[in-house]
Ligand binder design. Structure first.
Ligand code: GAL
Ligand code: CA
Length: 366
C-alpha cells in the first residue's frame, strides 16, 4: 500500500509550513496527535490505497556537503518549480543526503521505492554499488537515473530503463591541461621559474576511484605532454574534493618544495580554493599557477581576482535539466530520445568548457 504522505529527509528540501504535518508523519515522530491527524486525512481524502497523478522524484545525493552537488540539488529544486508551472502537474522532489555512507544511501533508496517514487535519481556514494540499486529499481519497475558518479557500463546496461547523466571526465582533464599548456606557450619564462625548461607540478586529486579523479589526473598531464612540454611531478595526493584537506596538503608541499612548484593541478575547484587558502602568506609573485574544474561561484570569483588562473565549467545546471527532462518523459511514457540527446540508449553527456579571465563573463552571467 502506498500512502499519499510526503517525506523529506534533507534540510535542502523546504516545504511550506502547511505541509509540515504530513512530513512529520512520514518518518517517525508518530505522536498520538499526528497519527490521529493522518487517520482523519485518510478518512476525508480517501487516499491510502491509490496513487495520485503527481510525479514523485527521489534524489539520493552522495553527500550534501559538496559544493558542486549541493548546487545541482538546488538547480533541481528550481527546475521542479518551473516544470510544475509549465505542466500544471504536481511534482514532489524528495532529496536524501547519503552523508558519504553507501549503507545509508541504500536505506534511502529502499524508502524512496517504498513511498512510491516514480523516478529515482542516484548520485552513488560508491560507484560499485550500482548493480544492487539497479536491481531494486528494476524489480519495482521504477526508472533509474544515475548522475555525476558513473557506474561501469555493465551496470548501466542491466536494464533498458537505466540512464546516466554526466560529463566526460576525460574531456575535463584535457581542457584543464590545455589551459596550462596555453599559459606555458604564451609566457614560458613566467611559468618556468627555475628556467630548466621542465614544468614542475603537484596534483590535488579527488576521491580515489572516482572517474573524475582518475581521468582528470591522467588527461590533464597528457594534454601538456602532448603539447611538447616536459613535465615533472613533485607530488600528488587525494584531498577528497575537499577544500580544507587540500589546504593542508598544499601547506605541506609548500614547506617541502617552496617556490619549486610551478603549477598546481586540482581535480576540482574546492580543492584549488584550498590551495589558494594555503598560499595566503606567500607573496603573490611567488604563487604557482593554479587550475581547477567545476566553475563554482567562488572559483569564478577567484578567476576574476587572479588567484585562480582558470577552471573548466562542469555544467551542473545542464545535467539537472537533463535529469528533469528525462524524469518527466519517463513518467509520461514518452520516448527519452525525444527529450534528451541519448548516446547508446543510456547516456546523456553535457559538454565541459574551459574558463579563464578572457571568457569569464559568459559564466558569471549564467
Ligand atoms: C565532480 C566535481 C567535484 C565533486 C564530485 C562529486 O564532478 O567536479 O567537485 O562534486 O563530482 O562526485
Ligand atoms: Ca621548471
Amino acid at each position: 500500500m502506498r500512502l499519499k504522505t510526503r517525506s523529506c529527509f534533507s534540510p535542502l528540501c523546504r516545504r511550506p509550513a502547511g505541509e509540515r504535518l504530513e512530513q512529520d508523519t512520514a518518518f517517525g515522530r508518530r505522536t498520538g496527535i499526528t497519527v490521529l491527524v493522518l487517520a482523519v486525512l485518510l478518512l476525508f481524502t480517501g487516499c491510502g490505497a491509490q496513487r495520485d497523478d503527481s510525479l514523485r522524484i527521489g534524489v539520493a545525493l552522495y553527500t550534501q556537503d559538496d559544493t558542486f552537488i549541493s548546487a545541482m540539488a538546488q538547480n533541481l529544486e528550481w527546475m521542479v518549480r518551473e516544470a510544475e508551472s509549465e505542466t500544471g502537474r504536481k511534482i514532489t522532489l524528495f532529496i536524501a543526503d547519503g552523508r558519504s555512507s553507501q549503507a545509508a544511501q541504500m536505506d534511502q533508496v529502499d524508502r524512496f521505492l517504498a513511498r512510491g517514487c516514480d523516478v529515482l535519481c542516484v548520485n552513488l556514494v560508491d560507484r560499485t554499488a550500482a548493480a544492487v540499486i539497479a536491481d531494486k529499481a528494476e524489480a519495482e519497475g521504477v526508472p533509474l537515473i544515475f548522475f555525476n558518479r558513473q557506474p561501469v557500463a555493465e551496470d548501466i546496461q542491466r536494464w533498458d530503463q537505466i540512464y546516466y547523466v554526466g560529463a566526460d571526465a576525460r574531456e575535463s582533464g584535457e581542457l584543464q591541461g590545455r589551459l596550462v599548456l596555453d599559459a606555458w606557450q604564451a609566457d614560458q619564462e613566467a611559468l618556468d621559474r627555475n628556467g630548466d625548461g621542465i614544468l614542475q607540478y603537484v596534483m590535488l586529486e579527488g576521491e580515489p576511484g572516482h572517474q573524475d579523479s582518475l581521468l582528470r589526473t591522467e588527461y590533464s598531464i597528457k594534454a601538456v605532454a602532448d603539447g611538447g612540454v616536459e613535465v615533472e611531478k613533485l607530488a600528488n595526493e587525494t584531498a577528497n574534493w575537499n577544500r580544507a584537506q587540500a589546504a593542508a596538503r598544499t601547506a605541506q608541499w609548500l614547506e617541502e618544495f617552496g617556490s619549486g612548484i610551478e603549477v598546481i593541478f586540482s581535480n576540482n575547484d574546492d580543492m584549488a580554493l584550498g590551495a589558494i587558502d594555503a598560499l595566503a602568506d606567500t607573496p603573490r609573485d611567488c604563487w604557482p599557477l593554479i587550475v581547477g574544474v567545476d566553475a563554482t561561484a567562488p572559483a569564478l570569483e577567484a578567476v576574476a581576482g587572479g588567484q585562480l588562473y582558470g577552471t573548466v565549467h562542469n555544467d551542473g545546471r545542464g545535467q539537472a535539466q537533463a535529469m528533469m527532462d528525462l524524469a518527466l518523459t519517463l513518467w509520461s511514457g514518452g520516448d527519452p530520445a525525444q527529450a534528451v540527446e541519448l548516446a547508446e540508449g543510456h547516456y546523456v553527456w553535457l559538454p565541459y568548457r574551459a574558463v579563464t579571465l578572457e571568457n569569464l563573463e559568459e559564466f558569471t552571467e549564467e
